[in-house]
Design a protein around this ligand. Structure first.
Ligand code: PLP
Length: 383
């Protein structure tokens, strides 16, 4: 069983504590950061060595999907792996560009596919922010864009969420007349809360001239609400990010996309584009063809989340109701202490955010994982 002192080696490209802290300041070079990097770096910072084997530990720290890829995606990966010596021998790239834009209901040239959404997130931030064009984000929110903006020399302006945990779009727009990019994570990571469509429209109509809205819909499938692709179809100054890492369970397989007007997307090209893994492409296409996947998984996650919320309420713990696969609990004591105590019980929960040091993020795991979470959390909180 892993303990707080179990040695473990970093995953490839994973920042150590020192390198993460350097990244969070002003980095000279910038590896693309993902939730996995941020989750692991935060654990290292607290002196916790996460278990490497998710079958032996409860890993609800990185907003992963324990269901993994769907059966059709796994079959497609198995077929595709045999052809892995070649770049694109079966036309997977072409098929993705036939299937995905249709599902999104946008023209083909409004979609750019990447190995996950971390690349286009970072590239969009680097393309649209600079020394004179600040990056505006909610607080707390997903930090990867903020780190990219700092590395490009842009000022980062953090605007606290509203009392209902939506993005405070009026304050975000007012934050800088020169802003280059306003980042709207909907539903938000870490709170799992939504920003109303009317607010997003207001931000679009009132944002600084020349800026864009980067609307990160990594978790939109869990919420079952209208997305922002209508704004893309209306050729607005909006780039929407999508990923196959969350509801589709492909975080380790990698596929994601930026969706927007071709002239907006063209500015991301300056930062390069690797060939895509054929396993990721074929698994994404297979997942998109499984029309039951999204509603089925949305219900599975909602049922487990709502069961956990009922338990938290019954025990009197404070939490923020979420529509996503993660949520925040106010622990009334330093969140980092709670994280360390939970890790000692082999339950690895998510990080804290500086604005809310007494809150921790929990990812919705399987019912068995959440049962283990409840037992450990009750013990830690009553200690
Ligand atoms: N955006 C948000 C809000 C996330 O939480 C994450 C990862 O958790 C990402 C983007 C990047 O994910 P990926 O690169 O796996 O698509």
């Amino acid at each position: 069983m892993p303990t707080a002192s179990t040695p473990c080696s970093p995953l490839p490209n994973q920042p150590t504590r020192r390198s993460f802290l350097r990244l969070a300041g002003l980095a000279a070079t910038l590896p693309v950061l993902s939730e996995g990097h941020l989750a692991w770096a935060s654990m290292r910072e607290s002196g916790i060595a996460p278990a490497l084997d998710p079958t032996k530990a409860v890993m609800i720290n990185a907003n992963e999907n324990p269901l993994g890829p769907c059966a059709a995606a796994i079959a497609a990966i198995n077929r595709s792996a045999h052809f892995g010596g070649r770049y694109d021998p079966n036309g997977d790239y072409e098929e993705m560009f036939t299937v995905f834009p249709k599902v999104l209901d946008v023209p083909k040239n409004y979609v750019k596919v990447y190995a996950g959404s971390s690349d286009p997130l970072q590239f969009a931030v680097l393309a649209y922010t600079s020394k004179d064009k600040p990056y505006v984000t909610a607080d707390p929110s997903y930090e990867a864009g903020m780190v990219a903006a700092k590395s490009g020399g842009a000022a980062v302006i953090k605007v606290p969420l509203t009392p209902t945990h939506a993005h405070d779009v009026k304050a975000m727009v007012a934050a800088s007349p020169n802003a280059g990019l306003l980042y709207i994570c909907n539903p938000n990571n870490p709170t799992g809360t939504l920003t109303p469509k009317a607010d997003i429209l207001w931000a679009l109509q009132n944002k600084p001239k020349g800026s864009i809205l980067l609307i990160d819909e990594a978790y939109i499938h869990f919420a079952g609400v209208p997305d922002s692709l209508d704004l893309v179809r209306a050729h607005q100054d909006v780039i929407v990010l999508r990923t196959f890492s969350k509801v589709y369970g492909m975080a380790g397989i990698r596929c994601g996309a930026a969706i927007g007007r071709p002239d907006l997307l063209a500015r991301l090209d300056a930062y390069g584009q690797n060939p895509l893994p054929i396993t990721g492409l074929t698994a994404a296409v297979a997942s998109l063809k499984d029309t039951e996947l999204v509603p089925t998984r949305r219900k599975i996650v909602a049922d487990t989340r709502n069961d956990t919320f009922a338990w938290l309420k019954e025990k009197g713990y404070k939490f923020i109701p979420s529509v996503s696969n993660c949520f925040m609990i106010d622990t009334d004591k330093p969140g980092k202490q709670v994280i360390a105590a939970m890790a000692a019980k082999n339950v690895f929960i998510g990080r804290t955010w500086p604005i809310w040091p007494n809150s921790v993020r929990i990812t919705v795991g399987t019912p068995a994982e959440m049962a283990a979470f409840k037992t450990a959390f009750a013990e830690v909180m009553s200690a």
